[in-house]
Design a protein around this ligand. Structure first.
Ligand SMILES: Nc1ncnc2c1ncn2[C@@H]1O[C@H](COP(=O)(O)OP(=O)(O)OP(=O)(O)O)[C@@H](O)[C@H]1O
Ligand SMILES: [Mg+2]
Length: 251
């Protein structure tokens, strides 16, 4: 099983939007599971139309078997271990029990592989706490979404340094595969300037997603961007770039 995380410590850069869109692409290629690791539960609310009986935190606390907490989404081949933010169980787990079992997500991934999943996609919350670090060390690769604004490249440097520290301390960690410049507007000079600096970063796949209202619309309608009705459909550049990221993850 290949495990991919979408993360940057900064909020609102498109982690949830991109992980949701890319999970849909991966589900076209093989059995895929989303792990909603954000206590806000945004990806679960986007993907599911009903509240689940169990959430991911119940699996982590050992209250339910993993298989019993997995839910099918309306997309074929795409399942989810959801989080619903109401009672803050995931946050509670991260702040307490996780300290004594820092490799729990590595074990969880092994279990998901044994259940036949080919891809696992993790949406993380902003910040770089114990929960995010434990999830990152259980990933094979991480893609970093960023929005092209002041200090965004500093944010990438901070992320790289945090990832290196975590990998060193835990003796394992993901490959930082790519940077996704999200909500790019080619008419804005600052966006163009940041993009050209991003091209100079070495050792990364680089992708650009334009400003595209499809994400907001898909999240409001609880459907994948790829399944939006004609008048609301994504820009061709958005779809092409999402497809390219999906193909890179599969390689
Ligand atoms: N390319 C885009 N063009 C326009 N709007 C976008 C784009 N990508 C994401 N958005 C919108 O921006 C908002 C923030 O996106 P999203 O929730 O995916 O970010 P996030 O990094 O997951 O946020 P958080 O840090 O709170 O988890 C959402 O309303 C989403 O619909
Ligand atoms: Mg999010």
């Amino acid at each position: 099983m290949k495990t991919v995380a979408f993360h940057l410590q900064k909020g609102g850069v498109g982690k949830t939007s991109l992980s949701g869109a890319i999970a849909y692409e991966l589900a076209r290629k093989g059995k895929t599971i989303i792990l909603d690791l954000d206590p806000q539960g945004n990806l679960s609310s986007w993907t599911l139309t009903e509240s689940p009986k169990w959430e991911l935190a119940a699996v982590l606390f050992g209250r339910v078997e993993t298989a019993a907490a997995i839910l099918a989404t309306p997309t074929p081949n795409l399942d989810i271990l959801p989080t619903f933010g109401l009672d803050g169980e995931l946050k509670l787990y991260g702040e307490n029990q996780l300290a004594s079992e820092p490799f729990i997500f590595c074990d969880l991934m092994e279990g998901l592989g044994a259940l036949g999943y080919e891809y696992a996609v993790m949406d993380l919350s902003p910040g770089m706490g114990r929960l995010e670090r434990a999830a990152l060390i259980a990933s094979d690769m991480v893609y970093t979404p960023m929005t092209p604004e002041a200090f965004s490249l500093d944010g990438i440097d901070i992320f790289k340094a945090e990832l290196a520290r975590t990998t060193k301390a835990m003796k394992r960690g993901p490959t930082h595969r790519g940077i996704i410049v999200n909500a790019f507007d080619s008419r804005i000079e600052q966006h163009k300037a940041i993009m050209s600096q991003a091209w100079e970063l070495q050792g990364f796949e680089l992708y650009t997603i334009p400003v595209d209202p499809c994400f907001r619309k898909a999240q409001a309608d609880c459907v994948p961007i790829q399944a939006l009705a004609k008048g609301k459909a994504p820009k061709p550049e958005t779809l092409a770039e999402i497809k390219k990221i999906g193909e890179a993850i599969c390689r």
